[in-house]
Each structure stands twice: as structure tokens, then as C-alpha cells.
Design a protein around this ligand. Structure first.
Ligand code: UDP
Ligand code: MG
Length: 327
């Protein structure tokens, strides 16, 4: 029986990846060509590099790759919008044409040799294949510890994440179509995708160190990313502030009763230090409480403006496609 082969698009976000692309592009090309030759995917399958507003020669390299081999295509943002926006744009563009979409970082820290197994799993009817690291030894102690703290926090907030999974995954077209219905300004993909509820499986691999270039996630960006994850998925921090406020008020009330009893007994109550300590503690606590609420208000503010998540400057994925450049 003749069945039509699924068309695959490999989406890879790139931000200043000039040092890395000459290594990673041939690796991805090799994997895809083998899949095409072994008739596992259709011969119109593609690699889509999303240039997230790089300041180096990343876009020129993508264009040169496409000139030599039409397997390569590109999407270019007007400026740097962030990895999640680049992934969303890549998937949104790829779904015009592809049945299966794989996202993988351009630095090939994730194992591209897993791609054929991902495709095989999809052909068995699985809609989401998560690449999961079984070894984080290539990460620093600090990154491992903070990552564990993040998963622990998210777990306690009731958010269903796949531990040690980053953005290396396969999605079928119907998952991407469902994902595109999530219109939030900063989509936290690692949280949203498991929530969509499609059949999924995991494949384990060892994450390699970055071979060239530098990480685009300094500490400041990592903290922002973790906060985005927590605050876009849960209002538990506001509730935690409420409980802490109630506990402090209860404690203050008990203290008041104790002070009154001491007063009636005629005891002289000295206590400059304790007053100062509670004053500073309460002042600090109130600032934290207000800023937590402010974070949610700020997010609502950004969300209601409905500004585009990203603006595309150039699209060579399907050049004849007439699309708005704004999404
Ligand atoms: N990236 C991006 N936009 C950004 C930051 C990163 O498209 O603003 C891309 C980057 O080029 C890479 C992937 O996202 O392909 C992961 O970034 P990186 O390897 O720097 O993260 P790390 O592995 O250090 O967490
Ligand atoms: Mg990396």
C-alpha cells in the first residue's frame, strides 16, 4: 500500500550563531538527507533557520546556505525578540507546509542523531516527542542547581513540566495548530505544550557542551525566563503573599495581647531593637508583596496591548506565500 510520506521541517532559532552555523548546518543537512533518501520523510522537507535579529553575519550565512542547497530556508526578525518568539515564528511558518516539525537549538548541544527516532515515533501515532537530557554534566553546578530549584518550584505550583527537557522536540501539525491558538505575549512553551494534552513520549540523550560561540543566556536572562515561567502559569505567588500577610497579622495580634498583659503587670517594656527589626521586616515584606502584584499587573498591561510577538523582515521558507509580515 502506498502511503504519502510526511513532510518534515527542522526549525532552529539562531541569535548571533555565526561561529556555530558552519558546523551545525551540515550536520542537520546530513540527518535530513538521510531521512529523505530512506523514504522516511517527503523530499520537500526543509531546515528553517530563524534569525532572531542577529548582529553578526548569521543571516548572510543562512542566505548562502540556501543558495547552495534549497533544503535550507530562513526567516529573519527585524530585531532580537527572544528564543521563544523565534520558535513560535518558526513553527507558525513551518505549519504552512510541514506535517512534522522538530525544533532544535542551532548550537547542536541537543543530539541531532535522535531526529530519525523522533520521526519514527511520530509515524507510530505519537504527537509530541520530547528530547530529555539524562545527563546534565555539561552544565555548571550553578545551572544544575538553579534548574532543579525551578522544576521543584513549578512542580509545587502544580505546573506539569517535563524535567530536563528544553526546546528539542517533535510536534505534529495538529499540535502546532493547537499551540498557535495560544495568543499570549510571552508563551512559555515548556509549560504550554504538555498542557495541550496530546499523546507524547520521551527520548533520552546526553547534552553536549556548546562547540562554538557563547551562551545567549546570561544570569539576568535566565532569571527573567524562570520568572516568566512561574508568573505566566500560576497566581500562587500572590496567594503566598496573602498567607504570609495573614501569618504576620496573626503573630502581631498575639504579640499585642502579650504586650497588654505585660503592661497590666506593670512590667516596663523596652524594645527599640525589636521595633526597628519589625519595621524593616514589614517594610521589606510590603515592597515584595506590591512588586509581586505589580508583576501581574504589568503582564496584563503588556498582554492587553496585543502588540505583535515578532516582526518578520525576510521569509525564504516558501517565497511565493503571501503572508502578513506581522504576527
Ligand atoms: N537564541 C535565540 N534568541 C535569543 C537567545 C538565544 O534565538 O535571544 C537561540 C540561540 O541561538 C540557540 C538557542 O536559542 O540556538 C539556545 O540558546 P543558547 O544555546 O545560548 O542557550 P543555552 O544552551 O546556553 O541555555
Ligand atoms: Mg545552547
Amino acid at each position: 500500500m502506498q502511503t504519502t510520506l510526511p513532510s518534515l521541517t527542522i526549525v532552529s532559532p539562531c541569535y548571533n550563531e555565526e561561529p556555530m552555523l558552519p558546523t551545525s548546518a551540515p550536520v542537520l543537512q546530513n540527518v535530513l538527507e538521510r531521512l529523505i533518501l530512506s523514504h522516511q520523510v517527503a523530499d520537500d522537507s526543509k531546515i528553517l533557520f530563524v534569525d532572531d535579529g542577529s548582529q553578526d553575519r548569521t543571516w548572510q550565512l543562512i542566505c548562502e546556505l540556501q543558495q547552495h542547497n534549497p533544503l535550507f530556508t530562513g526567516l529573519r526578525f527585524t530585531r532580537n525578540y527572544g528564543q521563544e518568539a523565534a520558535l513560535m515564528a518558526g513553527m507558525q511558518t513551518a505549519q504552512r507546509h510541514a506535517d512534522l516539525i522538530i525544533t532544535i537549538d542551532a548550537d547542536l548541544q541537543d543530539d541531532p542523531s535522535l531526529i530519525p527516532t523522533m520521526v519514527a515515533q511520530a509515524q507510530r501515532g505519537v504527537d509530541i516527542v520530547y528530547g530529555v537530557r539524562n545527563d546534565r554534566s555539561s552544565d555548571s553546578w550553578f545551572k544544575r542547581t538553579t534548574a532543579n530549584g525551578f522544576y521543584w518550584t513549578m512542580g509545587n505550583l502544580g505546573v506539569n513540566l517535563v524535567p530536563n527537557h528544553s526546546d528539542f522536540r517533535l510536534l505534529t501539525k495538529r499540535v502546532v495548530t493547537a499551540l498557535m491558538q495560544c495568543h499570549e505575549d510571552k508563551p512559555f512553551l515548556r509549560g504550554i505544550i504538555p498542557q495541550l494534552g496530546f499523546p507524547s513520549t520521551k527520548l533520552y540523550y546526553k547534552r553536549q557542551p556548546r562547540q562554538a560561540g557563547v551562551s545567549k543566556y546570561p544570569l539576568r536572562k535566565m532569571i527573567r525566563f524562570a520568572l516568566d515561567g512561574i508568573l505566566s502559569f500560576s497566581i500562587a505567588p500572590i496567594r503566598a503573599v496573602l498567607y504570609a500577610g495573614m501569618t504576620i497579622c496573626g503573630g502581631a495580634f498575639l504579640m499585642l495581647i502579650w504586650i497588654m498583659i505585660q503592661h497590666l503587670r506593670g512590667a516596663v517594656i523596652t524594645g527599640w531593637s525589636s521595633i526597628m527589626a519589625s519595621l524593616w521586616f514589614l517594610g521589606g515584606f510590603q515592597l515584595i508583596a506590591i512588586s509581586i502584584i505589580g508583576e501581574y499587573v504589568g503582564r496584563t498591561f503588556t498582554e492587553v496591548k496585543h502588540r505583535p510577538r515578532y516582526i518578520v523582515q525576510a521569509d525564504t521558507y516558501s517565497p511565493n506565500f503571501q503572508s502578513p509580515t506581522v504576527s
